[in-house]
Ligand binder design. Sequence first.
Ligand code: C2E
Ligand code: CA
Ligand code: CA
Length: 702
Amino acid sequence: MPKNSSKTSIFLASCMLSIILLSLISSVILYRQIANLQIAPVRTELVSFINEYEYELMRSTMAFSDAYNHHNDTKEYTEFNTWFNMLLSRYQGLERIEKQHSAIFNRLNLRLLKSNLQQIKLLVSRSDIHQTANLQKVKQLFHQLVIETHQFQKQWVFQNESLVLAKQNKTLSSYQNSVVLIFVTFVIGIIMVLYLFSNNKKLLILRRTLEQRVDSRTKELKDSNSHLISEVQERKKTELELMQSQLAAEQAHKKIQYQANFDPLTQLANRTLFLERFKQASVRADRNNTFVALLFLDLDRFKHINDTLGHSIGDKLLQEASSRIQIVLRASDTAARFGGDEFAIVLSDIEELKTVDLIVSRILKSLACPFRLCGNDAFVSASIGITVYPTDGADTETLLRKADSAMYKAKDAGRNNYQFFTQQMDIEANERRLLEAALYKAVEAQEFSLHYQPIIKSKGDGIAGVEALIRWKDETRGYIPPAEFIPLAEEIGLILPIGEWVLKEACSTAAKWVENISEPFIVSVNVSSRQFQKCNMAEQIANILDETGLAAKHLMLEMTEGLLMGDDQQILTQLQEIREMGISLAIDDFGTGYSSLSYLKKYPITTLKIDRSFIQDIDIDSDDDELIKGILSMAKSLNVSVVAEGVETVRQAEFLLENDCLLIQGFHYSKPMPAIEFSQYLQQGTSQAGSEFKFSRERDCA
Ligand code: C2E
Ligand code: CA
Ligand code: CA
């Protein structure tokens, strides 16, 4: 397309150029012809003019001869001057014509004419004109003029008239040629115009098509552009989303990393980070010949607080305890939470063990301060077990296990203290592990039995009831005291099946006894607080009573103060339900805990069991005597019955009797005995009501 248009343009340009050229040529030719055409009238005029000139020249020549050949004839001078002046003015006319029609005069020597006339004028004006030489000179000049004029006349003026006509014909034919040329030019012009017109039309169509194409292309481009814009926007959006998701991924990664290394509740390190820190500390210790102390810390009584005050308060306590631990540690130490209320601490770069003593004491001190939790003051202490790298072991597993053993030892030692690991502890810990395994087996194999210890009416009027006490006889170890395995069973959750079994066993045994007893008789069963937290005790007991046929009034549950300490509505409801069934509720080991009287008002308690430790101090520690008296009088006023536990001597029995303690339990009367023996004892007791019961120590297996 552009190739065609450029060809057309070249063609058009050449056409235009040829037209211009042809017009130019035609114009020049025409101009020249017109000029030639003008020759005829000019010639006619010139012929007469030359004739006039020739005549005047002749008269001037003649007048000169007359005037200067005949001196003193003024008239002749005047004649000469007149004709000469006329000649001069004729010459000026010739000069004018020459300027307009130079082509005609090309054969007339005007310069000669002029010079001769001027010389004549000059010579005539001179005083010495009359001299012969001058006269000759003038005559010669006139003569030259005449000859020149004559020659011109001969060559030009008298040219043949037919020559002029031929010339005119030639001019006319040139005219015709010029007209033809102009016509051709006109035709070419018309063709050009038509061509241009058609071409223009084509061009217009072409232009329109092109415009349409440009429009559609523009539209297409616009569309693709808008598509491109939306694509770019989409891309930007995707990029933004990508960035956001990248950011989220980074945050998630950080979070995961944080979660991988930190405990979410306390923000302390977790086990993974702890192990890493210990590793670093042990490398430093090897290099610098120092020690690393590894602490295993367990909060005392935390389980109780968690169970009684609820988990959210328990969590708050853990957080508070964690920040307290963190504060007293050095920057190089790492505290970690292993779960529950178990913490582990790495004390690095230890040069002397007394540094460990110092830090651990600070931890214990900070944790011993009361925790203010939702308006309540909670008291929590900690038991800490300590192992030292590399003395006690090379790897974290060993060191942690040993620290754990040391921690248990600290707990055994009365809590709120710390113990460095000793070999003996390792042995004990091993034993504990073995005991744990044996306990699982015992539950499976039902290796338990119950012994019964009578509760005697102190005024000598018989047996008020009996306390069921669990016994476990292991194949290899023999009898294992409940004080040893019950806390372990509570810890590992086995107390639930054990507790249920005890209740069933005690109720079914007692159901047979009560059949033969007319007096009120109560079988007292120890229950752990864990049983209340994990089971619906009211329902369980109701089922057991149903199953065994024991009336509710013959059952008493013994629980420790710990169960009542928290403000747990669920426990209160359960206890109320149980009490409403007609079951008695006793607080065991009363006096060893917080001994808050508020429990007695809040909970439906029927009995207090004064702890053995107070009874044993009767007559030894007057404070305890006073305490017993106080408990007795308070119980009386609250209409709560009291059982004195662990009565071993006559004096103790007498003291209690003197202070109106109506129910007594202890070795002084009887040790716990198997059911079958207690049946006999019961028969004996009912037959010898009022007399003192005494059983030999050998009869108790525990
Ligand atoms: P506890 O409830 O205070 O039971 C009384 C403990 O004192 C019994 O020890 C009993 O043998 C002992 N005892 C009674 N009279 C005397 C005495 O005059 N002198 C001395 N030195 N001791 C006396 P046992 O049977 O070893 O029980 C220890 C603890 O184990 C119990 O203390 C109780 O807390 C727990 N326990 C026993 N049986 C069960 C049970 O079936 N369930 C639960 N949850 N705990 C139980
Ligand atoms: Ca008891
Ligand atoms: Ca007790």
